[in-house]
Design a protein around this ligand. Structure first.
Ligand code: SAH
Length: 306
């Protein structure tokens, strides 16, 4: 039975292509054509029949129809009205019709509704903002199983010292547990993209770590401008010094506090860095705890990044 269904969805998909619904590169349209890849993504998502699933970029609906078989409701967000029409046609008159809600538009500009789980082969060009949109979404969802361009996936999971370790790795891992699930070759898509892909599982940390994210962002941006530089060098940049001095003066005046005599922002920063043993460290080898400790040390001394 499932096999017959699968064949049907397949031929419908071919039909779409034959009708000349041409895939639009600007929207990152690469349809997952291998049903086994779709099946593995769903298996790894551990879907529950009570789940509300969010799918971003359903395209012609190859994954959507499989999701609809497994969960209570699918909310699919699609920017291309032609594909929305195709998807609607595909479920029309089936029991799935009432379980599918389509949101038409750019997912990045939308307020997302409540969902338990997100499963999607997403348009790769929105990977980074989408990950953070999901991670900042409340209430928390259980997990997201998403297809990404391989290098992006490797960045998400990179550890301190890895070649691809960067601010994206640090920020994602601050807010979530991330895990590579499988490699997916480009020929599983139609048209094949130029790059290879990987499926990643992202599980938000609930509760999130108790830190001020604006401060965190300010500190890590400075540290990662040149991730191979020592922190001492990164903090000697004149723009950084000027910004931190300005923040310091503003904070003092807000608290009605006089700036200590002979205050020198450069010396202050040097002493904080060396007290933390961080002056000679480089961002590329620092982990989340290193940055949290450093942030607290700066903030304790009245140095703020936002
Ligand atoms: N998930 C489908 C299609 C993947 S292609 C499949 O695996 O077969 C990516 C899909 O995302 C396309 O349907 C594209 O139109 C849609 N898309 C691109 N940018 C989007 C955005 N900003 N918001 C919502 N959907 C988008």
């Amino acid at each position: 039975m499932p096999k017959i269904k699968r064949d049907k969805s397949y031929s419908q998909h071919k039909e779409v292509a034959r009708q000349g619904i041409l895939f639009n590169k600007d929207f990152g349209q690469h349809i997952l054509k291998n049903p086994q890849v779709i099946q593995s993504m769903l298996d790894k998502s551990a879907l529950r029949s009570t789940d509300i699933a969010l799918e971003i970029g359903p395209g012609t609906g190859n994954m959507t129809v499989r999701l609809l078989e497994k969960v209570k409701k699918v909310i699919a967000c699609e920017i291309d009205p032609r594909l929305v029409a195709e998807l609607q046609k595909r479920v029309l008159g089936t029991p799935f019709q009432s379980k599918l809600q389509i949101l038409v538009g750019d997912v990045l500009k939308m307020e997302l509704p409540f969902f338990n789980i997100c499963v999607a082969n997403i348009p790769y060009q929105i990977s980074s903002p989408l990950v953070f949109k999901l991670l900042l979404h409340r209430p928390f969802f259980r997990c997201a199983v998403l297809m990404f361009q391989r290098e992006f996936a490797y960045r998400l999971v990179a550890k301190p010292g890895d070649k691809l370790y960067c601010r994206l790795s640090l920020n994602t891992q601050l807010l979530a547990k991330v895990e590579l699930l499988m490699k997916v070759g480009k020929n599983n898509f139609r048209p094949p993209p130029k790059v290879e892909s990987n499926v990643v599982r992202i599980e938000p940390r609930n509760p999130p770590p108790p830190i001020n994210f604006k401060e965190w962002d300010g500190l890590t941006r400075i540290a990662f401008v040149r991730k191979n530089k020592t922190l001492s060098a990164a903090f000697k940049q004149s723009t950084v010094l000027a910004l931190l001095e300005k923040n310091y003066t503003t904070a003092c005046s807000l608290m009605n506090k006089a700036i200590p005599e002979g205050f020198d922002i450069k010396e202050k920063i040097e002493s904080i860095l060396s007290d933390c043993g961080a002056a000679e460290k480089r961002a590329r080898v620092m982990d989340i705890d290193d940055f949290i400790m450093l942030l607290h040390a700066f903030n304790k001394e009245g140095i703020h990044f936002s």
